[in-house]
Design a protein around this ligand. Structure first.
Ligand SMILES: *Cc1c(COP(=O)(O)O)cnc(C)c1O
Length: 460
């Protein structure tokens, strides 16, 4: 196939959009470890999980065996409002870098929430509605997930209660107002509206909050109101499953032009966009059909894969959630004030953690000034103003492309451009003023976080 026949943007036809999600776990020899009851350390049963999550989502969470799961028609109809998303050939970036590498990015920022999170938000809201629930509760950090969920809930006429990390609530009033416009009730966390919030406030007066803490509050809020369940925007198996739509579309688009990627790169907060993007490709690798390099990119300030420990840990600060086996920095680890709110979680998806542990995936950490450097370069040639989170993937894609320039290799690189950065202009302002600092936690700081990982037989 000659170069010139590959368009700038490869769009699938609406009818070629995936009708099923792909469940990577079905092809894993070593399955991700099950969630454990924090009291008994026994695997969480469907019944226990159903007290917190919707029934259908519990089934998906526990399903390690079905390779494909049908996407209900109602969800596909919603997807059609903003999908298929384009796979863009970054011709301009390639030219700027003078690299022989071929760079593609899958752009998930073309919806009002500005990120891929809407792919799972609509699925979770749909199953909640189908179960006849009144509403859902959740946490949000920088606000992308809360925005996505409030959009999905507005569409399905479900009540939506969002606990927003206090520092973001104060610093990102615009995100908050988008959520309220879509009808969500937004509470800064920690708050006095929950017992766990009051406890955390008493222990840490003046705290600006964390994702782990907002999760504890949202879980409590769901458990204490009739007809409510808790939903989560990342980390869980069900979320990765929904996000597989990104990878399935990417693969279908590449297949149309017989393009085979060498390297697939994504930023990793809780792992959902990366897990979704790589899903069908990882499936081929797991089944021994093809080989690809997968690279997870995380901030140096919150390095769960590259410097964390693979162990069972709490998913939240208040320790009310089940234990998950994952690469973790400890549930008490509070990352420095970096500008990628979506990448500040202390842990990582169990599925991605297992794949990384088994050597199927690589991970690198990058510092934020170099990330914004890449973001600026990308925005100037490709036009899209990327989210700080997404820019982690840009940084490493650029680094890999520059490596190709040195070696003369014509590798094909695909990365996930998860969203746009219009609500992150304070971060861009810091960068543009030369006031952005890099922060790498010391061994001492990490030790303190890791010391909070629970000890019990089998988890020493
Ligand atoms: C939330 C978010 C991320 C990180 O979350 P994952 O679950 O790791 O994908 C990345 N990019 C954007 C734009 C986000 O909003």
């Amino acid at each position: 196939m000659s170069e010139s026949t590959i368009p700038y943007k490869i769009y699938l036809k609406e009818n070629d959009m995936p009708r099923q999600w792909y469940n990577m776990r079905a092809d894993m020899k070593n399955k991700p470890a099950p969630l454990l009851n924090p009291e008994t350390h026994e695997p969480m049963t469907a019944e226990e999980l159903s007290a917190v999550f919707c029934e259908e989502l519990v089934k998906q969470e526990l399903n390690d065996s079905d390779r494909y799961i049908d996407i209900p028609r109602e969800i596909r109809d919603f997807y059609k409002m903003y999908r298929p998303s384009p796979l863009v050939r970054a011709y301009c970036l390639e030219k700027k870098l003078a690299t022989p590498a071929k760079i593609y990015y899958k752009f998930e920022g073309n919806n009002t929430s500005g990120s891929h999170k809407l792919n799972s938000a609509i699925a979770q809201a749909y199953y909640a509605k189908k179960q006849g629930l009144k509403g859902v509760t959740t946490e949000t950090g920088a606000g992308q997930w809360g925005t996505a969920l409030s959009m999905a809930c507005a569409y399905l006429e479900l009540d939506c209660q969002v606990y927003m990390v206090k520092v973001s609530y104060e610093q990102k009033p615009f995100r908050r107002e988008v959520m309220r416009t879509y009808g969500a009730a937004v509470t800064p966390s920690p708050s006095a509206t929950t017992a766990v919030g009051r406890r955390i406030l008493a222990e840490h007066p003046g705290t600006t909050g964390s994702l782990g803490c907002a999760i504890s509050e949202a879980v409590e809020a769901a458990a204490s109101q009739e007809g409510y369940r808790y939903v989560l925007g990342s980390v869980l198996n069900q979320v990765m499953l929904h996000q597989s739509v990104i990878g399935m579309e990417t693969k279908a688009a590449l297949d149309q032009y017989k393009i085979v990627p060498d390297i697939i790169i994504g930023c990793a907060g809780g792992g959902s966009n990366l897990g979704g993007l790589i899903a069908p490709f990882m499936g081929e690798k797991l089944r021994g059909e093809k080989n690809y390099r997968f690279i997870a990119v995380e901030p140096a300030s919150c390095p769960s894969l590259t410097r964390g420990r693979f162990a069972y840990d709490f998913c939240d600060t208040g320790k009310v959630c089940p234990l998950a086996k994952m690469y973790t920095l400890g549930s008490g680890f509070i990352p420095s004030a970096n500008h990628s709110g979506g990448l500040r979680y202390h842990g990582m998806s169990s599925t991605l953690s297992q794949l990384y542990h088994d050597g199927y995936m690589e991970a690198v950490s990058v510092e934020q000034t170099s990330v914004f450097e890449a973001a600026k370069e990308f925005a100037r040639v490709e036009g899209i103003l990327p989210a700080p989170e997404s820019s982690h993937a840009i940084r490493v894609a650029v680094d890999e492309a520059l490596r190709c320039k040195e070696s003369g290799e014509e590798k094909t690189i695909v990365f996930g451009l998860t969203g746009t950065g219009y609500f992150d202009m304070t971060a861009y302002e810091k960068f543009n003023n030369g006031e952005m600092h890099d922060y790498i936690p010391s061994e001492e700081e990490l030790k303190r976080g890791l010391a909070g990982i629970p000890r019990f037989p089998g988890n020493e």
